[in-house]
Design a binder for this molecule. Structure first.
Ligand code: URA
Length: 191
């Protein structure tokens, strides 16, 4: 019996064997994606952490649980989103991925974008922002909640949920309040 794999499943298998950068040698699991492969909204985070490296699932640790909590609280359904990261393997001690590591992994991310073909890409945090918008002066605080259109695709930067872990307040314009407002705005975007 032959098993028919989708483009994304084949790509995921490739990522599991990947040794394009040195992160591959240190991983337990490569962390490819979670969510719906036909989703209109794709979230791109920074890099897997320890929980992700152990499970192979992106955004499953504390920051990820917070992202998922706010997604469901603001009305997102499982079929609305697909989640990936700028790199598929965990950088040691959770440091930021280097430009070389991101470039080596770009092949996988570009193919994921091509195959999922989302209507909007949500750049979760500064690392994802820098990977897509080439403007050294642009900070995540300035960029968040704005819609950037490039090559026919819409991008919206948002805070990284690990930033929110430091701020618990939900008062007007607090990081958590802005994060929730951005999620609501993205959900309401007309594709
Ligand atoms: N932070 C990220 O950016 N990605 C994950 O998958 C987990 C934490």
């Amino acid at each position: 019996m032959t098993l028919l794999l989708s483009h994304l499943e084949k790509l995921k298998e490739e990522a599991q064997r990947c040794s394009l950068c040195s992160l591959g040698a240190q991983r337990n699991k490569s962390v490819f994606s979670d969510g719906c492969e036909k989703a209109p909204i794709m979230f791109i985070g920074e890099a897997p952490g320890q929980n992700e490296d152990e499970t192979g699932i992106p955004f499953i640790g504390r920051a990820g649980q917070l992202l998922r909590k706010y997604l469901f609280e603001t009305g997102y359904k499982q079929e609305d989103f697909y989640i990936a990261n700028t790199v598929k393997c965990r950088p040691p001690k959770n440091r930021k991925p280097t430009p070389d590591e991101k470039n080596a992994c770009r092949y996988f991310l570009q193919k994921q974008i091509e195959y999922v073909n989302p209507k909007v890409i949500v750049l979760v945090g500064a690392t994802a922002l820098e990977s897509f918008i080439n403007d050294k002066k642009l900070t995540i605080s300035k960029a968040r909640g704005k819609i950037y259109e490039m090559e026919g695709r819409k991008y919206v930067p948002i805070f990284h949920p690990s930033y929110l872990l430091r701020y618990h307040s939900l008062e007007e314009n607090s990081p958590r309040d802005l994060f929730k407002k951005d999620l609501v705005m993205i959900k309401k975007m007309k594709f």
